[in-house]
Ligand binder design. Structure first.
Ligand code: PEP
Length: 245
């Protein structure tokens, strides 16, 4: 089912408390009501788990859908500290980011990402598989090999049969939260390379996207959207970014 042409995903990380998350969601809702935005743009907000149900309530009956920053693969059981995909789904979650570099830095492996991705797909949700090279790999011109190794393991035994069922977020680690976005032409090359191997995956870019540079990325051939961290933390900036995407 083709229900969007472009997707913009806001990753709020652990930046906002519950109260501020609700405030931010209400402001986004208000601004989206006032601005005309391409109907083919899917808008996803991924709040912290603590704020998830409150934010879901604000976005009820709006065009904004909920995403999770992570999830566990089991539905129920003795898994202290984990968050169930099934429960997230009940609250309206449709997209689940997996393997964000900040999670990988805390020990999340490609094998774990693969298990979680399969569970997400089995629940009828869309995994957003985050991959990207650190600066030391870029410096030795090994970015492509690094990213493909991550993708091969994270997507092992997953056969993408339809569009929009799996999203790959290419996020070079050195570009995340640094204000130093990758050159769009380089992003374009990586997107093409990923697409040539994973033809039906939707590929998006993340890394220091702002309202002023978003279109440089979204106009690239074969790109289908953006993952936005810092610029999604201010409602006005975020809606401006969506408008310019
Ligand atoms: C991210 O968190 O995935 C990200 C891309 O952050 P930022 O937009 O702040 O670089």
């Amino acid at each position: 089912m083709q229900d969007w042409e472009q997707i913009i995903i806001a990753n709020w990380k652990m930046q906002l408390n519950v109260q501020d998350s609700v405030k931010q969601a209400k402001q986004i809702k208000k601004l989206l009501d006032k601005n005309s935005i391409n109907a083919a743009t899917k808008i996803v907000v991924a709040p912290s788990f603590l704020a998830f149900s409150n934010v879901a309530e604000v976005f009820q009956n709006t065009r904004v859908v909920l995403g999770a920053q992570d999830s566990f693969e089991e539905d129920k059981g003795a898994y202290t500290g984990e968050v169930s995909l099934k429960n997230l789904q009940t609250l309206g979650c449709r997209f689940v980011s997996l393997g964000h570099s900040e999670r990988r830095a805390l020990g999340e492996t490609d094998e774990v990402v693969n298990r979680k991705a399969k569970a997400v797909i089995n629940h009828g949700l869309v995994p957003v598989i985050c991959v990207g090279e650190p600066m030391k790999e870029r410096q030795v011109h090994n970015s492509e090999d690094f990213v493909f190794r991550q993708l091969e393991k994270s997507l092992a035994d997953i056969h993408i049969k339809e569009k929009h069922k799996v999203i790959i977020a290419y996020e070079p680690i050195w570009a995340i939260g640094t204000g130093d976005a990758m050159d769009p032409s380089e992003v374009g090359k990586m997107i093409q390379t990923i697409k040539s191997r994973y033809k039906l995956a939707s590929v998006i870019y993340g890394g220091s996207i702002e309202p002023d540079n978003v279109h440089e990325f979204t106009k690239l051939k074969n790109i289908e959207g953006a993952l936005v961290g810092g610029a999604s933390l201010d409602a006005k900036t975020f809606v401006e970014l969506i408008k310019k995407a």
